[in-house]
Ligand binder design. Structure first.
Ligand code: GLY
Length: 467
C-alpha cells in the first residue's frame, strides 16, 4: 500500500466516524500559518496543526483541507507571491500536494474564498488551527468576518472528539514514522552516553545528542530536550544549561527526535562516573522495577490509570525499603505520600504530538488529587496505541521544604533522611510502548536500562576517552 493509499484509507475511517455523528455540515481544517518572530522578518519553527497533518500526512503552512459529506475532501494548496519567493522556498504545487496526500481534488488556495462563499448560510465545523479566524488573509481569504461564516462549536467539538478517538490507534504509516523517530532518539541517547564525563556541561551533552538525532533523519527535537545533571535532574522539564557535571552525580536525559511530524520521547538516567553509588543504585532499581512491571502488565483492555497506581505502589514500597517513607505502601499511595517523590503521571499518549490527543476517555477528567493530577492518560489501552511509560523518583527541594506538605506528611516521611538528600536530583526511565493484540512492544528497547548494562557502556566510553 502506498503512503497515499494509507492516507485515503485513514480519511475513509474519519468520514465514516463523522457521518455516524449525524452532523452533515461542511468541515474546514486549516494547517496553521507561521508565527512571526518579533524584531526579525523570520518565523518561529512551523508546526502544522496535528489534525491537518493526520488527515493529509503533510505539514504545509497556509494550506487547508475541507470536507463535505457529498463532495468529499478538497485540499487548498498554498501559493506564494514572487516577492515571497525571493525570501522563501516555493511550496509544493496543488498537483504535487494532491499526489502526496491522495486528495484528488487539490486546488490552488485562491479557490478557498469561493469554497467558503459556497457554504454561506450553513454551519461550519472548524477543526485544525483556528488562526484562520484572525489571520484569514494569510490563507488567501478576505477577512473572515465578512464571509459571515458561522462556526458551529458543538459540531466542531463532536467531530474533533471523533477524530481524536480515531487517532489513538496508529496505522502503518504512522508506526513507520514513529519507529524511525524512536530509533533516532535511541542513537542520540547512546551518543550522549559516549561523551558524558566529569567536567562536561549539560549543554555540551545536549549538542552531541541532538547532532545524532539530526544525523539519523530527525527534522527537529520532538520537544525541548531535557538534560539535568546533579540536583538539576530533579527538575522535570529542566532546560540544559552551562552547569558542569561531576563524578558521583546522576544525569537525566529526556529527549526525542521528531520525524515527519511524529515524536519520540525517551528518558534514561545514568551516572557521570561509570558507577551508580549505593543509594543511587537502590532508587534506580526501584524506578526500573516500577517501569518494567508496568510494561509487563500493559496490553489491550488494561486501564492506564491502574498501571500508574501499581507503579506508585512499587515506588512507595521501594521508598519504604530505602527508609525514606514510613508505613504501608497501600496507605502511603492512598494518602498520596509517594507523590512527594513521584509528582507526575506514568506517561501519556504519543504520536503527532508528544502528549498526543485522546488520553482521556470521554466522560473522564483529570482528578484533582496530588497523586493523580498530572496523569495524562486515563483510558483502557487498545492495539495500536503508543504510550510512554515513565515512572520516576525525585528529590524536589520546592516540594520537600514546603511547610504545609511537611506537616501533612509529618509521620509518613523520614524528614531527617530526606533533608540530607535534597541535592540528590532525580531518576526517570521512559520507553515508548506500542500496544499489540496480546501485550505490548517496547519501541525503544534498543536503549539499555539495566543498571549493570548502563555501567558497562559508561565504563567503555570513559575508558575510550582516557585511553
Ligand atoms: N518528555 C517530555 C514530556 O513528556 O513532557
Amino acid at each position: 500500500m502506498s503512503d497515499a493509499d494509507i492516507l485515503r484509507e485513514r480519511r475513509r475511517r474519519v468520514e465514516s466516524a463523522w457521518s455516524a455523528t449525524g452532523i452533515d455540515g461542511p468541515v474546514l481544517i486549516p494547517a496553521s500559518v507561521p508565527i512571526p518572530i518579533d524584531g526579525t522578518d523570520q518565523f518561529h519553527e512551523f508546526h502544522a496543526h496535528p489534525e491537518f497533518q493526520y488527515l493529509t500526512g503533510v505539514a504545509e503552512p497556509g494550506a487547508a483541507l475541507a470536507w463535505e459529506p457529498d463532495a468529499g475532501w478538497t485540499l487548498f494548496a498554498p501559493t506564494l507571491t514572487i516577492e515571497d519567493l525571493v525570501w522563501m522556498s516555493a511550496p509544493p504545487s496543488a498537483a504535487e500536494l494532491g499526489a502526496a496526500t491522495g486528495v484528488s481534488n487539490s486546488l490552488d488556495r485562491s479557490e478557498l474564498s469561493g469554497w467558503l462563499e459556497s457554504q454561506r448560510g450553513r454551519d461550519l465545523a472548524l477543526l485544525g488551527s483556528r488562526d484562520i479566524e484572525s489571520r484569514a488573509s494569510e490563507y488567501g481569504v478576505d477577512a473572515w468576518s465578512t464571509l459571515e461564516a458561522v462556526v458551529d462549536e458543538d459540531a466542531t467539538e463532536r467531530l474533533g472528539r471523533a477524530l481524536a478517538e480515531l487517532r489513538r490507534a496508529k496505522d502503518a504509516l504512522e508506526l513507520d514514522r514513529m519507529t524511525r523517530a524512536v530509533d533516532a532518539a535511541v542513537a542520540g541517547h547512546l551518543a550522549a552516553w559516549h561523551v558524558a564525563r566529569h567536567g562536561l556541561s549539560e549543554r555540551a551533552l545536549q549538542i552531541e545528542m541532538e547532532a545524532e538525532f539530526f544525523r539519523q533523519g530527525g527534522a527537529r527535537t520532538a520537544y525541548g530536550s531535557i538534560v539535568g545533571s546533579g540536583p538539576n535532574s530533579a527538575i522535570l522539564h529542566g532546560t540544559p544549561g552551562e552547569r558542569i557535571m561531576s563524578d558521583g552525580e546522576l544525569v537525566l536525559i529526556d529527549a526525542g527526535a521528531e520525524i515527519e511530524g511524529y515524536a519520540s520521547d525517551v528518558t534514561r538516567t545514568f551516572p557521570v562516573s561509570a558507577q551508580f553509588t549505593g543509594i543511587q543504585r537502590d532508587l534506580y532499581n526501584v524506578v526500573l522495577a516500577a517501569q518494567e512491571e508496568a510494561i509487563a502488565s500493559a496490553g489491550p483492555g488494561v486501564e492506564y490509570k491502574s498501571l500508574h497506581l501499581a507503579a506508585s505502589a512499587t515506588i512507595a514500597r521501594g521508598l519504604v525499603d530505602a527508609g525514606v517513607l514510613i508505613g504501608s505502601p497501600d496507605h502511603l499511595v492512598a494518602a498520596d505520600a509517594h507523590a512527594l517523590f513521584f509528582p507526575h503521571g506514568l506517561g501519556h499518549m504519543l504520536g503527532l504530538s508528544t502528549h498526543d490527543c485522546g488520553g482521556y476517555l470521554e466522560g473522564r477528567v483529570p482528578e484533582d488529587r496530588f497523586g493523580l493530577a498530572y496523569l495524562r492518560a486515563d483510558l483502557p489501552l487498545a492495539p495500536g496505541y503508543v504510550v510512554t511509560i515513565e515512572p520516576g523518583i525525585y528529590f524536589v527541594p520546592a516540594l520537600l521544604t514546603d511547610p504545609a506538605r511537611r506537616e501533612r506528611y509529618r509521620e509518613m516521611v523520614n524528614w531527617e533522611l530526606v533533608d540530607g538528600l535534597l541535592d540528590f536530583g532525580g531518576i526517570r526511565i521512559e520507553d515508548d510502548v506500542r500496544i499489540t493484540e496480546d501485550g505490548c512492544e517496547v519501541m525503544s528497547a534498543a536503549l539499555p536500562k539495566a543498571a549493570g548494562e548502563i555501567e558497562a557502556i559508561r565504563r567503555e566510553a570513559l575508558g575510550a576517552a582516557h585511553g
